[in-house]
Ligand binder design. Structure first.
Ligand code: SF4
Ligand code: SF4
Length: 282
């Protein structure tokens, strides 16, 4: 269990606790202001990445002092966790409303509207305050919105989109807006998602690994390497002598994207806590 499971989930998976999506948390005016500011200024994210580049070049002692403080601050405001598709399905099973939103990371990195992010709410429809708030700033941060409002999806349609995206290598993540409130489930990749860049490229974690680790059944694996091409975390290796892939549990983020791209069903996820080499790695 990650730190948030203990702190915000009472020892269970924190992102499966409905109370962390509650309208009561969203009623907090400070949180509402944070969300409004977050969506209003995509350039702030780009500036954050530039700061990380500078931090990376700083002397080791400076990093040693600053990084833990910055990561701890991030955990309080906007932090994520990788979640495999079955956990996304559970989340969509209890939230009452799902809307597809333009991704603020892609707006900052690609400069155009890319609808990879999903806002979730416990209220019965997309007239919730969260979505009113986002709608109010929507037109300001988009270069060319497809619609004037927010795009509501059924649970089935949203899940089908997620399944399609993981075939294309997109890794699912849940996100807080002032912890423990969870307002979104996103689809990330290392090239365009600033959170993944920060975590994987700059070694500055802004999201936890999943509560799972992947493993390969060598009896089923035919060595095609389709899974390796999909893994964004460099966790897979290929052994030419046996013509099989292997997964390094110390590098695996447990996203399950390799599994979605294996035609032989040779990959399965195991609880991270049951894999000693990965149990303490987040
Ligand atoms: S996609 Fe499946 S069969 Fe192909 S190398 Fe990966 S685990 Fe083996
Ligand atoms: S090996 Fe691990 S990190 Fe790589 S795609 Fe599979 S589950 Fe994700």
């Amino acid at each position: 269990m990650c730190e948030f499971c203990h702190k915000h989930g009472e020892g269970k998976k924190w992102y499966l606790e409905a109370k962390n999506y509650s309208d009561d948390l969203l009623s907090d005016l400070k949180r509402r202001e944070f969300i409004r500011e977050f969506f209003e200024d995509p350039k702030k994210l780009t500036r954050g990445t530039e700061n990380l580049k500078r931090l990376r070049k700083a002397p080791a002692y400076v990093r040693a002092v600053l990084e833990p403080k910055l990561v701890n601050r991030q955990k309080k405001v906007h932090y994520g966790q990788v979640v495999p598709i079955e956990e996304v399905e559970k989340i969509f099973g209890f939230v009452k409303s799902i809307v597809r939103l333009p991704c603020i990371c892609r707006q900052a990195t690609v400069g155009s509207e890319q609808r990879y992010c999903y806002g979730v709410s416990m209220l019965p429809d997309d007239r919730s305050r969260m979505f009113e708030l986002i709608r109010a700033v929507d037109a300001d941060y988009l270069t060319g919105p497809h619609t004037g409002g927010l795009e509501s999806l059924s649970k089935e349609a949203a899940l089908a989109n997620f399944r399609e995206l993981e075939k294309k290598g997109q890794c699912h993540t849940v996100w807080t807006f002032l912890a423990p409130f969870i307002g979104g489930v996103c689809n990330c990749d290392r090239s365009d998602c600033l959170a993944m860049r920060a975590t994987v490229t700059f070694d500055f974690p802004v999201m936890f690994r999943a509560e799972y680790v992947a493993g390969v059944d060598p009896d089923l694996c035919n060595g095609c390497r389709a899974c390796m091409r999909a893994c964004q975390f460099g966790a897979m290796g290929y052994g030419i002598a046996r013509d099989k892939v292997v997964i390094d549990p110390r590098k695996c983020f447990g996203c399950g994207i390799c599994r979605a791209n294996c035609a032989k069903d040779a990959i399965a996820l195991t609880e991270r806590s049951a894999v000693p080499a990965a149990a303490g790695l987040w």
